[in-house]
Design a protein around this ligand. Sequence first.
Ligand SMILES: [Mg+2]
Length: 359
Amino acid sequence: MKIKNILTDYYKIPLPTVMTDSTHGVMRFFELITVRVQDNNGNEGLGYTYTVGAGGNAIRNLIETDIKPILINENCELIENLWKKMWWHLHYVGRGGLPVLAISAIDIGLWDLKCKSMKTPLWIALGGNCAEVKAYAGGIDLQLSLDELLLQTQKNIKNGFKAIKMKVGRELLSEDYERVSEVRNLLGDDYHLMIDANMGWSVEKAIKASRTFANLNIYWLEEPTIPEDVLGYSRIQNEGNLPIAAGENFKSIYEFKNLINQGGVTFPEPDVSNCGGITTWMKIAALAEANNLKITSHGVHDLHVHLLASIPNSSYLEIHGFGLDNFIKNPLKIHNGIARAPNSYGHGIEFKWDKLNSI
Ligand SMILES: [Mg+2]
């Protein structure tokens, strides 16, 4: 089967509420770049990537100008081959950055197309471990007052979540400590509580913060500092003594390899929409398995539920607050903190194109 055409689109998606974290500041919308990979049998695979508000048009242009011409008329079943072709075609401006987000979107579209042709759900085609995946509520809540934060936590408890993540990185560490303590008090000891600093701290501050939070039963500390500081991560985990989650800003398997080899991470956290797509995500999961680590996910939960359901070493699925669900026909449902990978062919995600086009 050959690739006949690739359709691309770009959307600015308004966020359900204005969101804030320690690095990205105030976020009012995110960018969605969609690709529809069509074969010569009339089948179509859907892929997509997103940004936190900038760079999306350049990603779409990369696909249109540089990727599409090298893929048309190629065999769409040879995903590894096409992935390598895209990577090396763009390597001089790539090995990270925008090209990897573009490759991710195409790769997801190719896997969807392949699974639809095979009449198989994605999570089964990738290995098939267990349809049920534990999910946590990922709050983007640094800007919330303490009362609002507690209200949000109560809502998450009511919705059946057994694990919750909150942002840290306020101006004073004492503010963070108070907020995390209050949420822990509300949750009791039976809930898993994660905290996310979005790269906002120096290594020294992250070690100090880790020690400060020592009595609050933190399940993981996420992205304490910039992802490039691999040795810093190792120090934070070893000297701060909290399990570290990291990887949402890594754009290759090599970056995961380096961090794992340095002992800087307990929960690798690849994002399929920016790490190189499903092809790379699965290799990162295998790398983690070989190092006796469990994988968590970042963003795009409708896709990640398949990936976590396919592997033996899955940790939690992040339920992300970007609100893409409003534009998906059958968004993922969570019951008692558990998400279930769908059994429709491919990833099963269908966008409400009319709604997207009317934004
Ligand atoms: Mg994060």
